[in-house]
Design a binder for this molecule. Sequence first.
Ligand SMILES: NC(=O)c1ccc[n+]([C@@H]2O[C@H](COP(=O)([O-])OP(=O)(O)OC[C@H]3O[C@@H](n4cnc5c(N)ncnc54)[C@H](O)[C@@H]3O)[C@@H](O)[C@H]2O)c1
Ligand SMILES: CC(C)CCC[C@@H](C)[C@H]1CC[C@H]2[C@@H]3[C@H](O)C=C4C[C@@H](O)CC[C@]4(C)[C@H]3CC[C@]12C
Length: 369
Amino acid sequence: MADSAQAQKLVYLVTGGCGFLGEHVVRMLLQREPRLGELRVFDRHLGPWLEELKTGPVRVTAIQGDVTEAHEVAAAVAGAHVVIHTAGLVDVFGRASPETIHEVNVQGTRNVIEACVQTGTRFLVYTSSMEVVGPNTKGHPFYRGNEDTLYEAVHRHPYPCSKALAERLVLEANGREVHGGLPLVTCALRPTGIYGEGHQIMRDFYRQGLRLGGWLFRAIPASVEHGRVYVGNVAWMHVLAARELERRAALMGGQVYFCYDGSPYKSYEDFNMEFLGPCGLQLVGARPLLPYWLLVFLAALNALLQWLLRPLVLYAPLLNPYTLAVANTTFTVSTNKAQRHFGYEPLFSWEDSRTRTILWVQAAGSSAQ
Ligand SMILES: NC(=O)c1ccc[n+]([C@@H]2O[C@H](COP(=O)([O-])OP(=O)(O)OC[C@H]3O[C@@H](n4cnc5c(N)ncnc54)[C@H](O)[C@@H]3O)[C@@H](O)[C@H]2O)c1
Ligand SMILES: CC(C)CCC[C@@H](C)[C@H]1CC[C@H]2[C@@H]3[C@H](O)C=C4C[C@@H](O)CC[C@]4(C)[C@H]3CC[C@]12C
């Protein structure tokens, strides 16, 4: 990609490009990547909004495909200069089997890597996750940690296990020779809990509050800090990392970067209220209304019910033993590695991120009524 930006127009591929994060990456690339000649959007489920993007100067190619199908991935990757791999099963609610989560998140990532090697694509940015690190199975807090913080990253849940394995595959692939004889350059970005326009869990909390007459009931202590990051800033970090990966290959290749911004450190529920409060909801209780042991019991009951009902119906509530543990464990990051390595600074302030999210929640809520 050494030619000047004006001379050579590049081909980008975004896997999972129709997802919550993927859509923001697609739109950010079209707005802020001047070298873009063709943008390929690869997803199992293509969004109708893609059609509106085809009227611009950049060629937008929608590809309906499955990352678990190696030949479909290879066909999509062939000829691309850069791959941004966001496709994945983000399932901590038991909707998909552990095997399926592994197949998509690990084998799908393996297929992307092998497609880059076989077709000569040299630059790969992978969307990893904070959960590659923690919270761990022992509930150890991770307080304002960074990429070098020592932490016992032990997991049992299929989702964090799959993300950790996929991330390792991506980092180990850095330096492999691709078709044409040049080295593959990879990096992985670890967002904390992403929020913003399109965040379905936030929408579900809002609708739950509307159903309960405008009330939500505290379940998590306010003292538990959770790191959250605005989706627009996550998209921006992906665009920037993809742009700088060639120029700074020696520095960035094989590296991981936490992805966060100026969003305040708060408990998961208190943070959500930054948006749900202005939308008319109130969080009842300065402390959790139910004792922790009762929440543990209810979470275990939900897990049992999910198992019993699985042959008949999918029962996948927000509360389960894993989500309760994650929600009750402090996990916040504080680092400048992405800034030092490729100049990342959040594109959206906290105030702007908050306003945009509130407007979206209000629109999403009104569409629910
Ligand atoms: N949401 C978060 O808080 C968060 C935080 C950190 C990292 N991440 C990571 O970001 C990425 C995107 O997450 P998201 O929140 O946007 O999830 P999402 O479910 O909204 O988007 C994932 C996209 O991948 C697509 N996909 C799933 N399986 C596929 C397959 N087999 N083949 C092709 N496409 C497939 C889906 O159709 C969807 O459009 C994931 O890799 C996730 O692990 C998410
Ligand atoms: C019913 C309550 C006790 C729990 C409700 C909140 C729960 C659903 C939330 C709390 C923490 C959330 C996770 C956290 O933001 C980080 C990630 C990593 C990311 O890669 C995928 C999403 C995930 C797992 C969030 C899912 C929703 C969680 C568990």
